[in-house]
Design a protein. Structure first.
Length: 202
């Protein structure tokens, strides 16, 4: 009986050591992409084909369109809390031909580099997060004009996430942010937007 108890205790200790040794690291690195919509309109661009025929008109907005980022996440199996920090590139652009020459490619865009810190709480595969965003170098550009620079801008994030597994998260978010012209603080743009995203963690 004593031998069985000692053997059982020894197995428990070995099991605990094994679990501790092979517990996955709470730190993950990853990257993601997203689509966003919203914000004030900066202008519209008429798109023409190579024959000079009008194809469509595209709006440039302060809350659109593509966002790519990469960073790190802390996600412990022992706690429902997690946090991620990412840095990325967020832009809305329209490209076409210069109608004066019909040969030169032109581009109109609004871009910025967002740093995001997003703490979240998990409920099984779901999560809710409230975080902070800081956009570096917001810039608008158009042909034949100097780029228009805005001040670096702080903002807030609210995001719902769904994780089918520990390595993938799909998000639905709302961002509140405002851009102020660097040379004239009386001029500003609302960059508020909603978006969807996907992040992959390793």
């Amino acid at each position: 009986m004593l031998q069985k108890a000692i053997c059982f205790g020894f197995c428990v200790v070995i099991g605990l050591v094994h679990a501790e040794t092979f517990e996955p690291s709470p730190w993950q690195v990853g990257a993601g992409f997203g689509l966003t919509m919203g914000g004030d309109e900066l202008g519209s661009v008429d798109i023409y084909n190579s024959e000079g025929k009008w194809v469509q008109s595209e709006n440039i907005r302060a809350g659109r369109l593509f966002q790519f980022d990469a960073g790190a996440r802390y996600r412990s199996l022992q706690s429902p809390w997690m946090a991620q920090i990412t840095f990325g590139y967020h832009y809305n652009a329209a490209n076409g031909k210069d109608m004066a020459t019909n040969t030169e490619d032109v581009s109109v865009y609004f871009s910025r580099y967002p740093l995001e810190i997003l703490p979240s709480i998990r409920f099984d595969r779901h999560s809710l997060g409230l975080g902070f965003r800081y956009d570096f170098s917001p810039t608008a550009s158009a042909p034949s004009r100097s780029p228009v620079k805005f001040k670096d801008a702080p903002g807030g994030i609210a995001e719902y996430g769904y994780s089918p597994n520990e390595n993938v998260t799909f998000g639905l978010r709302y961002v509140k942010i405002k851009y102020t012209l660097r040379d004239d603080e009386s001029v500003s743009l609302e960059g508020d937007h909603v978006g969807i995203n996907a992040k992959f963690w390793f």
